[in-house]
Design a protein around this ligand. Structure first.
Ligand code: ATP
Ligand code: SF4
Ligand code: MG
Length: 346
């Protein structure tokens, strides 16, 4: 028997004035024949201005669906996406399209996300043309130069004349042309040669500083997001299982799934320590999101599962709280930026 979570204001959402993106109780279902695929279930998180949130989990756990639901492509089945406090689900038509220009997305396969018949200058200018923004040419030059493309040399060429890494630069330039606030990067380097992955990661980091971006960075591997993320969110089968400050999550994973993901990265400390402890790596297949396990969705693969895990869905709880002095009130307050959904956290 699984109890439906009843939290109205999820614990892991932060009460502060600089939250740019806030997702509350997001669920996305798809129809697949007679079945309903629960791609994302009751997921809540937020991203503060200038932060990068790494969103991690195995293939099929719902990461891209979260990215697309933020853009309302398609709108979620349930729950809210608030951008700068504005509920995007309440917008439609022109108002939604206009607001959405502040949210841009880049994808895993840069070559297929570029129109092969268009010249690079037109691809980069696409959004500017749609919205009739002035100084188009100057802006196109600026963002092309920013991503390391020489406008005079490449503007009249077409995508097939470029490598995957160069195509990703074109995609990044296109996404920056409209001066977005939020960039959602959906596995932006996983289709690229290892030799160019670091260049594109560095470029994204530079663009974040230069254009004061807030980023959501999707990856299936915790190693990729470690260096780029301020916070990390770990998903399993459509659910959020752990979220917190990157240093804390990597040093002291509290969810058995996070620990297993970390342990699967060969030379990452403190993982080798876990491996020496004889803790098992992740085994078994991801259950179907059309028929997820009762209680905790990870229970069928969890080495620590007990009967409670099948009966009751674990709610988010703070991993540990640190006591700090509030400079204004002088009072001591307990704060935590690390939360886990597990009955028996590590
Ligand atoms: N349009 C759709 N129709 C039906 N099912 C879908 C659709 N899009 C996604 N799904 C299903 O929803 C689940 C989550 O998919 P999603 O693409 O979000 O996962 P992901 O974590 O991004 O995976 P990957 O790492 O492979 O990109 C999967 O089971 C997928 O098959
Ligand atoms: S709730 Fe139970 S099954 Fe789920 S991760 Fe925690 S210990 Fe494992
Ligand atoms: Mg995906």
């Amino acid at each position: 028997m699984s109890d439906k979570p009843v939290q109205t204001s999820p614990l892991q959402l932060r009460d502060r004035g600089d939250i740019v993106l806030r997702i509350e109780h997001l669920s996305v279902n798809f129809r697949a024949g007679k079945q309903t695929v629960q791609a994302v279930s009751d997921l809540s998180l937020d991203v503060a201005r200038g932060e990068t949130l790494g969103l991690v989990g195995e293939s099929g756990c719902g990461k891209s669906t979260v990215g697309r639901a933020i853009m309302q492509l398609p709108p979620p089945t349930a729950g809210k996406v608030l951008f700068q406090g504005q509920d995007l689900g309440l917008l439609s038509g022109e108002a939604l399209r206009q607001t959405r220009t502040a949210l841009q997305m880049i994808f895993q396969d840069p070559i297929s996300s570029l129109n092969p018949r268009r010249k690079v200058r037109d691809i980069v200018a696409e959004g500017l043309q749609i919205w009739g923004r002035p100084s188009q040419q100057a802006r196109v030059r600026e963002v092309m130069e920013a991503v390391g493309l020489d406008p005079d040399a490449v503007a009249d060429r077409r995508p097939h004349q470029f490598s995957g890494g160069q195509c990703q630069r074109i995609c990044i330039a296109r996404s920056l042309a409209l001066d977005p606030d939020v960039l959602i990067c959906d596995e932006p380097v996983s289709a690229l040669d290892v030799s160019v992955q670091a260049q594109i990661l560095n470029l994204l980091e530079d663009m974040k500083q230069r254009y004061q971006l807030t980023m959501v960075f999707v990856a299936h591997n915790l190693a990729v997001v470690r260096n780029v993320s301020d916070r990390v969110a770990v998903m399993y089968l459509g659910k959020l299982c752990e979220i917190g400050d990157t240093g804390s999550v990597y040093a002291r994973p509290a969810h058995p799934y996070t620990r297993a993901l970390l342990a699967s990265i060969p030379d990452m400390n403190p993982l080798s320590r876990h491996q020496q402890d004889g803790l098992p790596l992740l085994h078994g297949d991801l259950p179907s999101p059309a028929n997820p396990p009762s209680g905790c969705r990870f229970r069928t693969r969890c080495p620590n599962a007990q009967s409670l895990c099948a009966e009751k869905e674990p709610l988010m709880q703070a991993v540990r709280q640190t006591v700090q002095n509030d400079p204004q009130s002088k009072a001591t307050v307990e704060v935590s930026d690390h939360f886990v959904a597990c009955h028996f956290p590590l």
